[in-house]
Design a protein. Sequence first.
Length: 206
Amino acid sequence: MKRRHLLLLAPVAGLSACGNPPPPVPAGPDIAYSYLPQLRLNVASVDIDPEDPSSGPNDLGRMMSPSAAEAVRVMGRDRVAAFGNQNTARFVVSRASIAMERLPRQGGLFSGDPGERLVCVLAARLEIRDGNQRRLGFVEAEVRRTAPAESTNASRNSVASSLLRRSAFDLNTEFEFQVRRGLRDFLVEGDRAAPPPPGAVQREQL
């Protein structure tokens, strides 16, 4: 290949390398909850809402792999299971973002730059609805975690990935607590069959 041709190809290769950066490589184990016992509900089905909540233009959570919203949906798919014959559970991601936040200035006007931090907010809602879409019960869970922002993009992405993972696992703990407290009448514990819906008339054995 002639030298002139090689020189022409060099800028093109440089432009292709300057495209959209790949998602940050996850730092640590995959976000998954299949190793935990499922929260079995006395419902016929569980619907996972695929919609992402709205977020700001500088949301790092959308560029993660998985994204912040998908990390919350993984929790819904892995933890919530249908174990009944009527009603529907609906799992919604209500908040999912990782944003940059300026730290408050300390020490007056002439103090140094306080720097920035990453703020991760994750939230989910679980509703139980009957066949007429009447809401029979619901719970909400939310966590907010922070981490210092690094100066380089690579370091910042690594911190964001670790922050998302920690926030997702903390949300799982809070979510289970809220479900066991707010939807205990719909939980199916142990190996027994699904109980009748709350408020139903039960037949006695003669």
